[in-house]
Design a protein around this ligand. Structure first.
Ligand SMILES: Cc1cc2nc3c(=O)[nH]c(=O)nc-3n(C[C@H](O)[C@H](O)[C@H](O)COP(=O)(O)OP(=O)(O)OC[C@H]3O[C@@H](n4cnc5c(N)ncnc54)[C@H](O)[C@@H]3O)c2cc1C
Length: 425
């Protein structure tokens, strides 16, 4: 029996980063408790598309240097997804001109999913699913530890107590504590744990935001559906980048009638405009994002007008037909360290580094952090804690820099693929 059996791990944050790490420790035999601030109903239907494959060559190469195939998210699913849930394969990448014609086509081999599907698959693997889940339970095997996922639990503090870490949390206004041998902070870009350990590291607004959302491809005009389906389409123009790609439909369906067009549109907004856009239909202002159903209808109408003026007609049609878009401000955050309290506390995923979404590598980063933690904690895994910290921080610095360059070029520069011509008639 391995010497770590019965050791406890607490994971702060139960989104994808927390679940990846939770699954790794659980399969190594640790007893893992995930503490998630939100209730499952708040996480449902929140996400949009996620590229499982890392398509941008410099990032693929950087992941290869860390011993992965180049797409750590694909590797993670191959190693850990006992449900073998299929994803959607896309084979073509097309750059569009403003009039909707194709500027350039590139063959790709990319796997795509939705945030919600991945969340469901990970829950099925971690704690055999949850009450709103739709992926069948993966089942427990000999050697797995105990997996517990607690929702509606907000972590507020942590302290080193001898060989353990004490985590204080609040649930329904009641404060409690739990102790563990290892704590993983997977609590996102506004991480509470990072604020305690590295109060000087914060999120910095990048000067633009993303409009996101999905619509069933079968709701698009037939010509548009055929033009976009099964592809990743992208258009650049002054201060704007818009992307559309197909993702699995509701409940992970790959039925062509259910496939979704997933739109991501980067749009510039100064601080004042950001504040106005992130003020919801009831007048409440939000700092970094505005969820489904909260956008002021007048702001949505303004953006649909802008879509018609700026985007190629097929992408403008997708945007216009999204019933419930949501908005996220683009921010940067980067921690200079990822290991604390003598190797008992680890920062992973967005808590370590919030990457610009142009990289499409945020979820891959979290998967890579988890895969490398396996090498640290598996018997004879061959990686030391210091080596893990160096690998995770160096990669985060590199990827953040790549993302800043990509974002600055598309939003504030002169992108070589931009079409700044007249809007379509
Ligand atoms: C609802 C949602 C939808 C998303 N949709 C997409 C998408 O469509 N496409 C995409 O590319 N990326 C999406 N992301 C981001 C993507 O999941 C992340 O980049 C990636 O998974 C790594 O993030 P993470 O798990 O490290 O952090 P996050 O995904 O930000 O998760 C952090 C988690 O920690 C929880 N948390 C925060 N503070 C506390 C606390 N004090 N106590 C307990 N829990 C806490 C949060 O509620 C959250 O669930 C989404 C994230 C969320 C939360």
């Amino acid at each position: 029996m391995a010497d770590h059996v019965s050791k406890k791990v607490i994971i702060v944050g139960g989104s994808l980063g927390g679940l990846f790490t939770g699954i790794v420790f659980h399969r190594l035999g640790y007893n893992v408790t995930i503490l998630e601030r939100n209730l499952p109903s708040a996480l449902k239907d929140q996400g949009a598309g996620i590229s499982l494959s890392t398509l941008y060559p410099p990032l693929r190469e950087s992941f290869k240097k860390l011993g992965t195939s180049g797409s750590p998210l694909v590797d993670f699913l191959e190693q850990y997804d006992r449900t073998k849930t299929p994803s959607l394969s896309l084979t073509q990448f097309q750059y569009l001109n403003k009039d909707g014609s194709v500027k350039e086509k590139i063959d790709i081999a990319g796997k795509f999913a939705s945030w919600e599907l991945l969340y469901n698959v990970m829950r099925a693997n971690f704690d055999s699913g949850y009450e709103l889940g739709y992926v069948r339970a993966a089942g427990k095997r000999e050697g797995d530890g105990i997996a517990t996922y607690l929702s509606g639990v907000r972590v507020i503090d942590l302290k080193e107590v001898g060989n353990l870490v004490r985590v204080e949390y609040e649930s329904m206004e009641v404060r409690s504590t739990l102790e563990a041998d290892i704590v993983v902070a997977a609590d996102g870009a506004s991480s509470t744990v990072r604020k305690i350990l590295l109060p000087e590291v914060g999120r910095i607004y990048a000067g633009y935001l993303i409009w996101r959302g999905t619509v069933r491809e079968s709701f698009l005009d037939e010509e548009t559906r055929i033009f976009l389906s099964g592809k990743l389409s992208q258009s650049f123009s002054k201060n704007s980048q818009a992307i559309n790609y197909s993702i699995p439909g509701l409940n992970g369906s790959l039925d062509p009638a259910e496939i979704l067009a997933n739109c991501v549109w980067y749009s510039n907004a100064n601080e004042e405009e950001l504040k106005r856009i992130l003020t919801d239909s009831r007048g409440v202002s939000h700092i970094y994002s505005l969820g489904i159903g909260k956008i002021d209808p007048n702001i949505k109408i303004e953006q649909i007008k802008a879509a018609k003026a700026i985007l190629p007609p097929p992408l403008a049609e997708v945007f216009q037909k999204i019933e419930h878009p949501f908005i996220q401000a683009v921010t940067d955050n980067l921690a200079p360290k990822s290991v604390f309290m003598g190797g008992k506390v680890f920062l992973v995923g967005d808590a370590l580094a919030g990457l610009r979404p142009h990289t499409a590598a945020g979820t891959a980063q979290a998967a890579m952090n988890a895969l490398l933690l396996k090498n640290v904690f598996e018997k004879d895994g061959g990686m030391g804690i210091e080596e893990w910290e160096k690998a995770s921080v160096d990669w985060a610095k590199f990827a953040q820099n790549v993302g800043v360059q990509m974002g600055n070029l598309s939003q504030f520069g002169d992108h070589p693929m931009a079409d700044n011509g007249e809007p379509p008639k």
